[in-house]
Design a protein around this ligand. Structure first.
Ligand SMILES: CC(C)(COP(=O)(O)OP(=O)(O)OC[C@H]1O[C@@H](n2cnc3c(N)ncnc32)[C@H](O)[C@@H]1OP(=O)(O)O)[C@@H](O)C(=O)NCCC(=O)NCCS
Length: 213
C-alpha cells in the first residue's frame, strides 16, 4: 500500500470507490437509479479542476482509496459551474421541481455548487472528500491521506480546511476528531456537520495530531 498522486488512469477506480462508500461509508449503488451521478458531484470535478490536490491509496495494482479537494471553495464553486457542469448537465439535468427522489436530490446538488460557499467557512476556505474501500480502513491510511493532502494544501497558501460530513456518518466523526478537526458553527447545516482544521504554513511533511495525543 502506498499513497501517490492521482493520475487519469485511476478514474474508473475512483468512480467505483465513490459509489461504494457514498452511503455514510456503505455501498450506495442500490439507492440510486443512476449512481454514476455521485462521482460526478463528489470525485471527478476535483480531479478535473484541482488535479494537484488529488491523491490515491494504491494497493500495488489499483486505487483503493482517495482524497480529493480544493484550496479555495469559492473559486472552486465558480469553476464547477463554468467548467465542470457543462460537461455533465445534459446527462444529469436539473430537477424541474422540488427534488424528491434520491437521484433528484443529487441532481439538485450537482446544479447548485454555490451551496458549498458559506460565510461561516471563510477561515477554512479549503475542503476535501476522503473515501477508502472497506478492506483498507482502520490501518492508518486515512490519516496518511489527510497528511498528504494537508502538506500539498500548505503549499497553496490556504490557511484552513473544512469537511462537510453527513451527520449520520457516525464512524467518520471520531476519525476527524482524532486528527484534530473541530466543529464549525454553521447557521443552517441541514444534514451536514462542518468540521475545520487549521493548515500550517508549508515546511516539510505535515503530521496531524500524534497518535499518543
Ligand atoms: C473515515 C475514513 C476515511 C478513515 O480512514 P481510516 O484509514 O479508516 O482511519 P485511520 O486508520 O487512518 O484512523 C486514524 C485515526 O482515527 C482513529 N479512528 C478512525 N476511525 C475511528 C472510529 N470509528 N472510532 C474511533 N477512532 C477512529 C483511529 O484509531 C486512528 O487513530 P490513531 O492514528 O491516533 O491511532 C475511512 O474509514 C473511510 O473511508 N470510511 C468510509 C467512507 C467515509 O465515511 N468517508 C468520510 C466521509 S465524510
Amino acid at each position: 500500500m502506498h499513497i501517490r498522486p492521482y493520475r487519469p488512469a485511476d478514474r474508473e477506480a475512483v468512480h467505483d470507490i465513490c459509489i461504494r462508500t457514498a452511503d455514510s461509508g456503505e455501498d450506495a449503488s442500490a439507492s440510486y437509479r443512476d449512481p454514476d451521478i455521485l462521482p460526478a458531484i463528489f470525485a471527478h470535478p476535483y480531479t478535473f479542476l484541482d488535479p494537484d490536490l488529488a491523491f490515491v491509496l494504491d494497493d500495488g495494482g489499483r486505487a483503493v482509496g482517495y482524497v480529493v479537494g480544493t484550496a479555495d471553495t469559492s473559486a472552486f464553486a465558480a469553476r464547477f459551474r463554468a467548467e465542470w457542469l457543462p460537461l455533465v448537465a445534459e446527462r444529469y439535468p436539473a430537477p424541474a421541481a422540488e427534488p424528491t427522489t434520491p437521484d433528484e436530490v443529487m441532481a439538485h446538488l450537482l446544479h447548485t455548487p454555490e451551496r458549498m460557499v458559506l460565510p461561516e467557512l471563510t477561515d477554512h476556505p479549503a475542503h476535501l472528500h476522503i473515501d477508502l474501500l472497506p478492506g483498507c480502513r482502520g490501518s492508518g491510511h486515512g490519516r496518511m491521506l489527510i497528511d498528504t493532502f494537508v502538506t500539498a494544501l500548505g503549499r497553496t497558501g490556504a490557511v484552513g480546511l473544512h469537511v462537510a460530513m453527513v451527520t449520520a456518518n457516525h464512524r467518520a466523526r471520531p476519525f476527524y476528531d482524532r486528527l484534530g478537526f473541530r466543529p464549525l458553527a454553521v447557521t443552517d447545516p441541514g444534514p451536514l456537520t462542518y468540521l475545520g482544521l487549521p493548515v500550517p504554513a508549508p515546511t516539510a511533511t505535515v503530521h496531524t495530531q500524534p497518535a499518543e495525543a
